[in-house]
Ligand binder design. Structure first.
Ligand SMILES: [Zn+2]
Length: 492
């Protein structure tokens, strides 16, 4: 019997505003789509939290025995600077400013995105489609929506007709907005506007002569709208109706609302059964923002190179910190919070080591099976990782009591405890062992001493290029060299 048949997973569906029992369309299989990044700049720590949240969800579904097709796209065209669909394409703009090809921008920041996610130990999705790889499909779906009368063409652009759609379906059901209210609260259209109504959104935009990224279409040269690409890529790989669609809370409106409208206009029915939204990360109690400087990049955490941090933290500590909050809650990051998470992380890792060599008795003082089910109950309750972590620390307490001889544990229970702890910590939460645990056999120490000696020699020879290269490369790996009176030491 598969684990998912024994465990009763419930998840909070943003569409109904309720926790619902999870029943996939095809027994044993799950189709999940998550909106990926727009690759025009370095990935933001807040975005990382969203992707880490869905990685945890993906991992738990896999743990339950589901066969999951997880699709997470790369937006490499069509995302304009503001939601009102004004301004330049974000990638084209970066390409123009840096005087490089748009696809160089895409390549650079896609690589950065993958590197950072690998550090946070994310599993790669099953399919990672790009918007530019699906232009043909996007044109086809626009043609279909036009033929059904839910879109109109204007000067080489195609817009989705929200009022027409709302008269047959319901626009705003995900975000709980009513079209009448939206109309009442928006400005009048000016003569230059091509849209018939302010709520309408672009399916296809005509490319101005300056616009670099452009493709031929029945309506002239242009590029697809951002909302459209997700509808196309999700339904292409997961079907007209699929199980889970996820993304950051900020995408609920208008992006996901528009996705629903496009799919309903095209297929005549709702595309997604369960909409999941991950909440944001704040920094010292305030929203992160590049413009105010209240911002933190993932590598600044790994290096400790931001003034708000007292030290560097490993990616595993940062991930553990994020797992201590429920994915739908706002999480505030601060140096104190990371310090506390680091302590907790080491306590957990230490207990796992103690557990390995724990002496067993004939019987147990603790009900390990009931504890294990409480761990599942936490995860079955809309992936409640903070409750799961509280249960893991219950186990940590027991482990120390057994070690001190104040409680007993049978061999069979020790086995269950060990297997479950390892599964929940490493498989489900995706936490990794500390680097120094992997290094405890002394090899890293030996290598580090060799590098320090080579750097000392280079400095003595005034070969600063080599000595700097050694220091900088180690720093990129998260290893800091510290020069002192007693010689050079290092910190992982
Ligand atoms: Zn999307």
């Amino acid at each position: 019997m598969a684990l998912y048949e024994e465990q009763n997973l419930r998840l909070y569906n943003s569409l109904s505003g309720q926790k619902e029992v999870f029943t996939p369309i095809h027994t044993g299989h799950v189709g999940m789509y998550v909106c990926g990044p727009t690759v025009y700049s370095k990935v933001h720590l807040g975005n990382c939290r969203t992707f880490i949240s869905f990685d945890m969800i993906y991992r738990y579904l896999l743990h339950l025995g589901y066969k999951v097709r997880y699709v997470r796209n790369i937006t490499d065209a069509g995302h304009l600077e503001d939601d009102a669909e004004q301004g330049e394409d974000k990638i084209s703009k970066r390409a123009r400013l840096e005087k490089i090809e748009p696809m160089e921008v895409v390549q650079r920041y896609t690589t950065d995105f993958h590197n950072i996610l690998r550090k946070f130990n994310l599993l790669p999705p099953s399919i990672e489609p790009t918007a530019t790889g699906h232009i043909v499909e996007q044109i086809e779906i626009i043609k279909a929506i036009l033929s059904k009368g839910y879109a109109y063409e204007k000067n080489g652009s195609v817009y989705f007709d929200v009022q027409k759609f709302d008269s047959d379906f319901e626009y705003g059901k995900l975000s709980g907005r009513k079209l009448e209210d939206m109309i009442a609260n928006t400005r009048e259209l000016t003569a230059q506007d091509e849209k018939e109504n302010p709520q309408d959104f672009a399916l296809w935009k005509k490319a101005e002569p300056k616009h670099i990224m452009r493709w031929p279409s029945p309506w002239g040269e242009g590029f697809p709208g951002w909302h459209l690409e997700c509808t196309v890529m999700s339904t292409k790989y997961l079907g007209e109706t699929f199980d889970i669609h996820g993304g950051g809370m900020d995408l609920k409106f208008p992006h996901h609302e528009c996705e629903i409208a496009q799919a309903e206009a095209r297929f005549g029915h709702s595309p997604v059964h369960y909409w999941l939204h991950a909440n944001m990360l704040t920094l010292n109690g305030k929203k992160m923002s590049k413009s105010t400087g209240n911002n933190l990049l993932p590598e600044e955490i790994f290096e400790g190179s931001n003034p708000i941090l007292s030290k560097a933290y490993s990616a595993s500590v940062a991930r553990f910190f994020m797992m201590q909050a429920h994915y739908t809650s706002i999480l505030d990051l601060s140096d104190e919070a990371l310090l506390a998470a680091e302590k907790g992380y080491h306590r957990l890792m230490e207990a796992l080591e103690v557990l390995e060599s724990l002496e067993v008795s004939d019987k147990s003082d603790m009900d390990v099976k009931a504890w294990k089910q409480r761990c599942y109950d936490a995860m079955n309750d809309d992936f409640n990782t903070p409750i799961l972590i509280a249960q893991l620390f219950e186990a940590v307490k027991w482990i120390h009591l057994v070690r001190e001889g104040r409680k007993t544990l049978s061999a069979a229970d020790k086995n269950i405890l060990q297997t479950s702890m390892n599964q929940f910590v490493f498989e489900v939460l995706g936490i990794e062992k500390p680097l120094d645990a992997a290094a405890s056999d002394g090899k890293v120490e030996g290598l580090m001493q060799l590098l320090i000696q080579m750097r000392d020699k280079a400095r003595a020879d005034k070969d600063y290029q080599t000595s700097d290269q050694i220091r900088d490369t180690l720093s990129e790996l998260g290893i800091q060299l510290k020069d002192g009176k007693e010689g050079t030491s290092y910190q992982l």
